[in-house]
Ligand binder design. Sequence first.
Ligand SMILES: *Cc1c(COP(=O)(O)O)cnc(C)c1O
Length: 465
Amino acid sequence: MNKITNHLPTAELQALDAAHHMHPFTSDGALAKKGVRVITSGQGVWLTDSEGSRIIDGMAGLWCVNVGYGRGELADAAARQMRELSYYNTFFMTTHVPAIALAAKLAELAPGDLNHVFFASSGSEANDTNIRLVRRYWDIKGQPERRVIIARKNGYHGSTMGGGSLGGMPYIHAAGGKIDGIEHIGQPHWWAEGGEMTPEEFGLLRARELEEKILEVGADKVAAFIGEPIQGAGGVIVPPSTYWPEIQRICDKYGILLIVDEVITGFGRTGNWFACETFGIKPHIITIAKGLSSGYQPIGGSIVCDEVAHVIGNADDDFNHGYTYSGHPVASAVALENLRIIEEDGIIDHVRDVAHPYLAEKWHKLGDHPMVGQTSLVGLMGSLQLTPNKATRAKFAAKPGTIGFRTREHCFRNNLIMRHVYDRMIISPPLVITTEEIDVLIDRATKSLDAAYAEVKAEGLFTEA
Ligand SMILES: *Cc1c(COP(=O)(O)O)cnc(C)c1O
């Protein structure tokens, strides 16, 4: 067989892909008919496809390429580490320098007494770790009946059986079932579900569902609550300001552990190292992945507070959990170098002081578009709610996601990667995006919204449910 390279004609690559490659979260048959897009290289915020198109990546891959594509220092760090120690494990009383250095660096960066890191290769795996960590903690504390973890509908915590069960996506639960001992409460999605309430009233109402659920399950049976500071895959849903303080109060009142899933929001996305700082949350565990290595290597983990780590670490028995690649030396070395770049290039200051304010002005102006209702932007994580009637926050009559999908297709055609979640458009660009590149992003987004609006109107789809 010939060597498969980027240089085969696109049609040939597409045919081979359709014949042999099963894609995540995709209907492969439908994709094969349409023809998959082949990405061949990346630099900064730009991708190039096999047809030579230059695409601006408004999603930083899957919310992960925080420092942008093509950073040579990260390639060098990987090559150096592969030559020195390509692999060793951290089981059975051994360790190595990259895992030590990365754990120590994360303890320094993470807020409060989050000083201990358990490594995984992804966010899903890290959340599976968290299920074991919190249940194990309560076992050792002599409260083994505390097993239930409360999460939110339309939350996303990965797609392993554990991560997918913590998440509140019914279509993932339907894909092979859901583990037991996980309960879901409503999400703080004011636009869609807030009715006549103010966002602040609605935020309190949704947070108080946690207390109702704790009382329903029994306070002595709840191990932990898990949530994303801002729901990402759910549609970049920024909670009302009242939500997190009330969640914190309730977790404190009942002594349940608080897990904050920072897989997207960590490492500068919201203008701080962690969104816990942005929202003033004090968690016992935070989940990390994605921006930890800017996607250059698969690595994730759980950063654990002193109390939980000490209880588990000082028990007589082992914590029976781990992955072959926990703390993988190459992934750790790359993550460490990525953190150095974020720090030394002042990337978080760039987000807070330059890119966010510049983008915010233009992003919120998109709210004047006839099809855009609410606009949200925290740091460099934003959403546009599409609606046929802003005043009443109406839904479209068409099946949810129809208009969002149409809009995404126009973005694709205009060489802009902007995703849709049902009828919300979302962005999460690399944190290094410049003001000139923000102009390009906004220009292409505007063009795409205009084209989608014209099409939707012409087809009679600009109608309310
Ligand atoms: C992407 C994501 C995950 C899962 O991470 P993977 O690396 O895909 O397993 C978990 N939580 C959140 C909030 C995510 O966005």
